[in-house]
Design a protein around this ligand. Structure first.
Ligand SMILES: *Cc1c(COP(=O)(O)O)cnc(C)c1O
Length: 425
């Protein structure tokens, strides 16, 4: 496969963009080689600048659940282009998207009654944490090792030396003061959570987690563990925040909360909610949102928040998310997962809804249980697939996403290519 123009673009990019990219994983550092520069996407495929076509399992890291350039989304954007690009003044588009989402939550998430739109997942999480602290009047937040919550200072944190101790910055440039109120503990560990509450109970504003952690492998949690988090936060008047930036509208319309039947107090969204445009949101209980500016003292704002082009794109995608779509995607994922696991390779595929992940051995539930050495095998699988017209995320810690634009024949081609790799290994 000739990728000469990609190579040349990468060289140009390196001169003006740090690492040649605008978000680190895109740089192929964990799989090696040169990033592919894409020119376009349509349905389930993307085309690079050299004219090579790939079946796309990255789907822009999750947002494109209906595939690239779904005609309904493209036409909604085109209509909006005749009205305005941005006004910074209220528009009907924001109201329509908020109404559509909250109406869709009415049965499964009855207490989620307000939503605010922002422009990224990072912003959504940062704002939800501020709101939780403002509402409870407490500072400490419990976060789990293996969950990603965007790149805001306070949440770029890793575990300290012992259980239930203050987290330490996970990035240069983050002062310790920013992370000292974040308690980082392992997933799947009720005892660690109990200890944290024993030590700091009336100081803990909230527990935040990805209910289905999907940013550091796919670490499916036990239902009892998630229910335990719901119960212990209620008992201590702390809030439960589900970071559903990936899970939201992916597992079900009401995200993991609906899929798992656990209603948190606050939920953050991103990715799918914008239909491919940069949108994030946080939603929650009415009494909590009373504290958000302009109604209350917790400040939060955004020049381009609720941007009408992005709202129209989001609304168009939301309207496509029917129960049939989810059922179909789940069937497709189960089909490839079963076919792969039937082969009994030393790798397994774990999945939920339309998310899948390759891993070595048993399905891990904590980040510590991930086999780091298996990442070399993933890198080889990645390049095997790339050279045969299949684009997966360029890191073994990232999950794959199916889109409704994928047909069984596309998935069969994917399986054949993957089998060929493992059979020859
Ligand atoms: C992607 C992601 C974020 C960050 O969202 P950005 O739009 O990249 O800022 C936060 N939390 C979770 C769970 C995510 O998957």
């Amino acid at each position: 496969m000739n990728r000469e123009r990609s190579q040349k673009l990468y060289e140009r990019a390196l001169k003006v963009l740090p690492g040649g990219v605008n978000s680190p994983v895109r740089a192929f550092r964990s799989v090696g080689g040169t990033p592919v520069f894409m020119e376009s996407g349509q349905g389930c495929t993307v085309r690079d600048v050299d004219g090579n076509q790939y079946l796309d399992f990255c789907n822009s890291w999750g947002p494109l659940i209906c595939g690239h350039r779904h005609p309904d989304i493209v036409s909604a954007i085109q209509k909006q282009l005749d009205r305005s690009l941005t006004l910074g003044i209220p528009t009907e588009s924001e109201v329509k998207l908020a109404e559509f989402i909250l109406e869709g939550f009415k049965e499964s998430l009855p207490s989620i009654r307000k939503i605010r739109f922002v422009s990224s997942g990072t912003e959504a999480v940062m704002s939800a944490v501020r709101l939780a602290r403002g509402f409870t009047g407490r500072n400490k937040i419990i976060k789990f090792d293996g969950c990603y919550h965007g790149h805001s200072d306070a949440l770029l944190v890793k575990a300290g030396s012992g259980l239930a101790t203050a987290g330490i910055p996970d990035s240069s440039g983050v002062p310790e003061a920013m992370t000292s109120d974040i308690i980082v503990i392992p997933l799947d560990d009720e005892q660690a959570v109990s200890e944290a509450f024993k030590a700091y109970g009336n100081e803990i504003a909230a527990i935040i987690l990805e209910p289905v952690p999907a940013n550091n492998g796919l670490l499916l949690q036990r239902q009892e563990f998630l229910q335990f988090l719901r119960d212990i936060t209620r008992k201590h008047d702390s809030l439960l925040i589900f970071d559903e930036v990936i899970n939201g509208f992916r597992l079900a319309f009401g995200g993991a909360a609906e899929y798992l039947g656990i209603e948190p107090d606050l939920i953050t969204y991103g990715k799918i909610i914008g239909g491919g445009m940069p949108v994030g949101a946080f939603a929650g209980r009415d009494d909590i949102f009373k504290l958000l500016a302009p109604d209350g003292p917790v400040y939060q704002a955004g020049t381009l928040s609720g941007n009408p082009v992005a709202m129209e794109a989001g609304l168009a995608q939301m309207k496509l998310l029917t129960p049939e779509l989810y059922a179909n995607l789940e069937l497709k994922r189960k089909r490839i997962q079963d076919a792969f696991n039937d082969r009994s390779y030393d790798f397994q595929m774990t999945g939920i809804a339309s998310i899948f992940w390759f891993h070595h051995g048993e399905a891990p539930r904590t980040s510590g249980a991930i086999d780091r050495d298996s990442m070399k095998t993933y890198a080889a699988l990645f390049h095997h697939c790339l050279d045969r017209g299949i684009y997966m995320a360029p890191s073994g810690y990232e999950v794959g996403f199916l889109s409704s634009a994928m047909e069984d024949s596309d998935l069969d081609r994917f399986l054949e290519t993957v089998f060929e790799f493992f059979d020859g290994k």
